[in-house]
Design a protein around this ligand. Sequence first.
Ligand SMILES: *Cc1c(COP(=O)(O)O)cnc(C)c1O
Length: 395
Amino acid sequence: MERYTRSVLGVFGSPSRVLVRGEGAYVWDADGNRYLDLLGGLAVNSLGHAHPFLVSAVTAQLATLGHVSNLFTHPLQIALAERLLELAEAPEGSAVFFCNSGTEANEAAFKLTRRTGRTRIVAATGAFHGRTMGALALTHKAAYREPFEPLPADVVHVPWGDAQALADAVDDDTAAVVLEPIQGEAGVRPAPAGYLAAARRATRAHGALLVFDEVQTGIGRTGSWFAHQLAGLNGGEDVVPDVMTLAKGLGGGIPVGAMVVYGHDNARRLGAGQHGTTFGGNPVSAAAGLATLHVIERDGLLEHTTIIGKRLEEGLSGHPLVAGVRGHGLLRAVELTHPVSAVVAGHLLEAGFIVNAVAPDAIRLAPPLILSAGQADSFITALPAALDLAAQELS
Ligand SMILES: *Cc1c(COP(=O)(O)O)cnc(C)c1O
């Protein structure tokens, strides 16, 4: 920890533990303690740690062809693009741009929106879209933005979940509306029923683009391949965006980001030379993406995620400090009646559970999609003691 402080830039504060090994839903620290990882590397480790299929796919690819420039292509990049378009149910003419992170996927989307000839973007209060200058301009939190202003201009934030405010903000000068179907960093806040459809209507009426940031919610996290396909979120009304951004869970731990662009007309907005990346779509990342998607499908992890998510939702309610459990699938927040999430998370860490105090009154869970019922139950059993300790400190 001392060496970390002396050598690693302090933007993350003090790390909670030094982790050295992982297997399935567990990780081990340098002192040999085991933790149930209910954060999954911030919604990244879809298949858990050291998943044999992912390890062998990545290892085999690295031993075959590890990197080529984007002046060339390779079969896995094409296969991953095709697979994502299928899962996204994207129409003929749709296309994928690969990158390495969520912020880069959103940066690409931001550039694409400029090709409408308009500059105004409508985003939501509480939104998190990343840390590079463009993605940061879409992000709402003042503490993240203000030290770095001026940011790319012409972004307005409307109150999250208010369909009327959103519709009122969209006009013929609007380039795009950018939304997370479930706001992750804001504390796992799902869009209210009808909100995504209202955004689609408003953008369509004014020729603006609709961008869904599914960096955190995509790739099975909510029990559906993408959260905007979830009936519990879209109210059964099909909502097809113009652009969807992905990263986190896509590579199962290997950095992969993607921008899915829907339809010919949108795909043509970025032509040769108008965007690029060195590492994006490299063979190892593509192998990781394909392996992750393959295992999610082969092992029925969408259904499993729905079942285990429900089990957590039901099992974690009931304590006087718990106001409720929100979210979908395995992207959840335990809502607390008091702002003690950091204290509770600390007690849980001592007890061998990694969670995230995403807001003062909310504990976020984004475990691997392979989390077993028994592992979920072990957390359900452990939470009350951590809450009791926090309650004692309150009184
Ligand atoms: C994490 C996240 C990002 C940023 O992704 P990075 O890979 O950290 O750059 C963007 N949007 C959402 C919704 C996220 O959760």
